[in-house]
Design a protein around this ligand. Structure first.
Ligand SMILES: *[C@@H]1O[C@H](CO)[C@@H](O)[C@H](O)[C@H]1NC(C)=O
Length: 189
């Protein structure tokens, strides 16, 4: 009895000690049982929290073209996506706090590299600063490369155009082939 009680408490403590930032519940509608693959901070002031998540399920869209699945890795670096605002107004992220994430991505683009890879087996990347949460979801079923500058401008585009004046509280941007999407929302939404 004593042994199993000790074992249980050890297991329960490990995630708390390893990751100060919990996984956002915002990802669980599409990412089942997310586990944290890596956790870091980025930006000039290292104040934007980044997590890479692995989902128990395979995230793929039916709309993904079969041609793209034949490739081992695809470069999907673009800002060509359709913006969808989430209604109604109230409880959105502070767009200026989202802009801090956008700036951190530009800083990393210059100092780390223009491209980053989102592997099919760790298909969700989240970034968070104060009220603002953004995440990139790879739904292609193959590794994808994306540009940091692209994610940066999509964050600003969604954050500043899906606000209370648009009867919105954040939103996402989805390309026509649905091989990925980027969402911008409040951390508590
Ligand atoms: C993903 O797959 C690569 C290549 O097979 C492997 O090296 C890596 O450890 C895997 N990552 C995860 C989080 O499973």
């Amino acid at each position: 009895m004593r042994f199993s009680a000790t074992l249980l408490s050890t297991v329960a403590l490990v995630p708390t000690l390893a990751w100060s930032l919990t996984v956002s519940p915002a990802v669980t509608p599409f990412c089942q049982s997310p586990s944290v693959v890596s956790s870091t901070t980025i930006g000039e002031n290292n104040d934007v929290q980044v997590q890479t998540l692995k989902c128990a399920n395979a995230i793929t869209e039916d709309a993904v073209s079969k041609a793209s699945l034949d490739k081992r890795q695809v470069n999907v670096c673009t800002t060509d996506c359709t913006r969808n605002c989430f209604t109604p107004s109230g409880g959105g992220p502070d767009p200026n706090e989202c802009h801090v994430i956008a700036d951190a991505l530009l800083f990393d683009s210059q100092n780390v590299g223009a491209l980053f890879t989102i592997p099919a087996n760790a298909s969700v990347v989240t970034m968070q600063f104060r009220s603002c949460l953004t995440f990139f979801v790879n739904q292609a079923g193959v590794d994808e490369q994306f540009c940091r500058t692209g994610w940066s401008s999509i964050i600003d585009n969604v954050a500043f155009n899906c606000q209370a004046t648009q009867n919105a509280h954040g939103g996402n941007c989805v390309p026509q082939d649905q091989r990925w999407f980027i969402q911008v929302q409040n951390v508590n939404a």
